[in-house]
Design a binder for this molecule. Structure first.
Ligand code: GDP
Length: 471
């Protein structure tokens, strides 16, 4: 009996290996990670990318689409049975239905497999038949990447740093009040732990809404099914001189370590370490609108996020990756449809400059990188109007939450990115002599012709950079 079991086990092992080998040889899979901070545009990006790969009429810059190599593209069951499926159909219906609206945002990790039948063109076309390339898209919150930095920190370090950053911020007022009179050496009392966590989470949420990005631990903002569990019930505390057993400090310290071990590490092991290509979406326009502190904070957060793509930096990650690396990383400034196309190059340059620091420190271990301004779903049209005696390049769209359409001028981005980034670094509170605004446009009702995906800006170039070489 036991022998039989072992024999079975061995055969299955061989079969599985063979299946994996044959898949790797004949049906290559590309794992594309899509990340970015909350509201950066991940859900809209994936939905529109998939819709535009299935109906490729608007993808002229994706070479394999333009030359007809991609014969068909279709959704298939994903390879990982325990990861939630990206809810493509619901999100697409939201964007392209009769009453178009923005879909619900990413809250956790999810996955979708799109399979492409590709017939090589040119010299090779007669020699080989069509082959299948699987594109496994993995969507995950950028906040979770910030948690990588926690692995190197003790609870004491993290507490000190977090409290220092919170000190000047008005969003932390209630949390500071909740800490008042609390001593870490007192015995743990669960209702108090919960109240402190709620106040701390309130601060993180407020800071995030005000445009700050350094809001670890990432799961406090996007808890998924861990909401309310002890591993998410702690907060930073001022360090007391003694930390007896059973004290709040000791228990929070233990939970902080459990968070690293049971939440942060499994994510990197199960998802992050398997990614081949990565797109990092960044709401640069949103940060510019929120003001210089938000731009500076975004810069710092992006440097932290991108640290995850520099495996040498972190011992745990180096060991996990064992030399495997992300081959291509695209940094995409999203929602470029808020700007007339005359300003897109400036937005891309600002994005590039915003990441320059992180890029020069990392060389991303040989990964090819590029910065681009895109709109996954174009919600506006362009126009030039005369205003107070001068011509303005504007965009027009339907204002979210109303039936009204409006022309909108977001302000003029400088040609030299330093004009924005330097004051942000120097701690300016407002932009001098410039005013940037954003407007929430709703998606257009669409009248798509057969074979056409939803309208976008440069999604085809993004796809070419990310997967074009593998098609
Ligand atoms: P996620 O949190 O990263 O998944 O972000 P979403 O994909 O849900 O996008 C957040 C919000 O950004 C949406 O609800 C839209 O308001 C806006 N948005 C995202 N992509 C675009 C775009 O291509 N154009 C415009 N105009 N707005 C966008």
């Amino acid at each position: 009996m036991i022998l039989q079991d072992i024999a079975d086990g061995v055969t299955r092992g061989v079969e599985t290996t063979l299946a994996t080998v044959s898949e790797a040889f004949f049906e290559p899979a590309i794992r594309l990670g899509v990340t970015g901070l909350s509201r950066a545009g991940k859900t809209v990006f994936i939905t529109s990318l998939v819709a535009n790969l299935i109906n490729r009429g608007r993808m002229p810059q994706l070479v394999a689409s333009a030359n007809g190599s991609i014969r068909t593209a279709y959704l298939q069951p994903q390879p990982d049975d325990t990861v939630p499926r990206f809810d493509y159909e619901t999100h697409l219906a939201a964007l392209t239905g009769p009453d178009p609206h923005w879909p619900d945002s990413t809250r956790s990790v999810s996955e979708l497999r799109l399979s492409l039948r590709v017939q090589p063109s040119g010299l090779l076309s007669g020699l080989t038949g069509p082959r299948t390339v699987h594109l496994d898209i993995v969507d995950y919150p950028g906040e979770w990447l910030l948690d990588l930095g926690l692995l190197d920190k003790s609870y004491a370090d993290w507490s000190a740093e977090t409290l220092r950053r919170a000190e000047p911020r008005p969003q932390a007022a209630a949390f500071r009040a909740a800490l008042d009179g609390i001593s870490g050496d007192a015995g743990l009392d669960e209702p108090l732990a919960k109240a402190l966590t709620a106040a701390f989470t309130g601060y993180l949420t407020g800071a995030r809404a005000a445009g700050f990005s350094d809001c670890t631990p990432g799961r406090f903002l996007l808890p998924g099914d861990l909401a309310g569990s002890p591993v998410l019930t702690f907060a930073p505390l001022p360090q007391p001189s003694r930390t007896p057993r059973g004290s709040i400090w000791r228990e929070f310290e233990r939970r902080f370590e459990a968070y690293k071990r049971s939440v942060v590490k499994p994510f990197f092991r199960d998802h992050f370490s398997r990614i081949d290509r990565q797109v990092v979406l960044v709401d640069v326009l949103g940060a510019i609108h929120a003001g210089p502190p938000a731009v500076e904070d975004l810069r710092v957060a992006m440097a932290d996020i991108l640290g995850a793509f520099r495996p040498g930096r972190n011992a745990f990650l180096s060991q996990l990756l064992l030399g495997k690396r992300v081959e291509r990383i695209l940094f995409a400034a999203t929602k470029a449809d808020h700007l007339h196309h005359g300003q897109h190059a400036r937005l891309a340059a600002i994005t590039e400059a915003l990441l320059a620091d992180a890029k020069s420190r990392a060389d991303f271990s040989g990964a090819v990188t590029q910065a681009m301004a895109i709109a996954a779903l174009r919600a506006t049209t362009e126009d030039t109007i005369s205003h107070e005696g001068r011509m303005l390049d504007v965009v027009r769209g339907r204002i979210e939450g109303s039936d009204k359409r409006a022309a909108f001028y977001p302000g003029e981005l400088p040609e030299d990115p330093a004009k924005l980034l330097s004051p942000a670094r120097q701690g300016a509170e407002t932009w001098l002599g410039a005013d940037y605004s954003v407007m929430n446009f709703a998606p257009h009702p669409l009248d798509l012709k057969p074979g056409e995906g939803p309208p976008h800006i440069r999604l085809d170039r993004a796809a070419q950079f990310l997967i074009g070489d593998r098609l």
